[in-house]
Design a protein around this ligand. Sequence first.
Ligand code: NDP
Length: 282
Amino acid sequence: MTAQRIDGKALAAQVRSEVAVRAAALTAAGRQPALAVILVGADPASQVYVRNKVSACEQAGLRSVLETYGAELREAELLARIHTMNQDDAIHGILVQLPLPPHIDAQRVIEAISPRKDVDGFHVASAGALMVGQPGFRPCTPLGCMRMLEHIGMGKLRGKHAVVVGRSNIVGKPMALMLLAADATVTIAHSGTPDLAATCRHADVLVAAVGRPRMITGSMIKPGAVVIDVGINRLPDGSLCGDVDFESAQDVAGWITPVPGGVGPMTIAMLLANTVQACAQG
Ligand code: NDP
């Protein structure tokens, strides 16, 4: 058996065109959705991510406001800038690219963003809303994973066992809560999980968000499972690979996301969707 691929690039294009239609309607009503992106320092990967986000905005008819600062920026100055943007009615979403330089407290910066503009979904109010099932912005990467599951008819997961490997605040934990909200029975695995392979083999839906190249192999996958690979790892030769060993996994899984071209494009598409939502909510 060879797994069917979930084409994140194609699905992201679909989401982006839906976003573009909503953005055009809002713009016609005199309210163009706008995303402010703040980059501090010169981390090359962050520069690429920020560029991609800005160009995705432009392609979908959103306005983007990019502000770049040197790594020596003081935390107080960054907080002041965010406070100004919170008050600016022409800005609907605010994103501070992580990581921040070590002298800046990232959590304090995230908490400074108004939850109404927290399109990354990292604010503690957004995390709390997800936890208790209230409306709020959901983190873009797990939101994109859920959209992929819906796309293959797995949006409702009652009776299914989902295993999330990784428990970060931006991917693993919110992913687990979203799967739970879809009625899955959820296990969260992490570096202290004793028999990861056995845990993974229970999964009807397996989400890998670890940051270790190809650590999930075919022998850890239940036949027919849906495998969502969030990992983006750069190999010494410069190429990218996921946390799942695609070659061995595709012989066992029912569905699988490739890397690149899987979850990555969905993340940006959901960021645009959240920004348009923020604008629509006023
Ligand atoms: P973190 O480093 O914050 O978290 C990694 C998690 O993996 C931790 O919870 C850690 O456990 C767990 N882990 C580490 N080693 C093992 C192990 N041997 N067995 C089981 N669990 C382990 O990473 P992120 O969540 O930020 O990102 C994960 C991956 O997803 C990265 O490759 C990142 O690049 C990618 N990513 C991709 C995005 C996309 O758009 N596609 C967006 C965001 C991230 P513990 O908590 O115990 O340390």
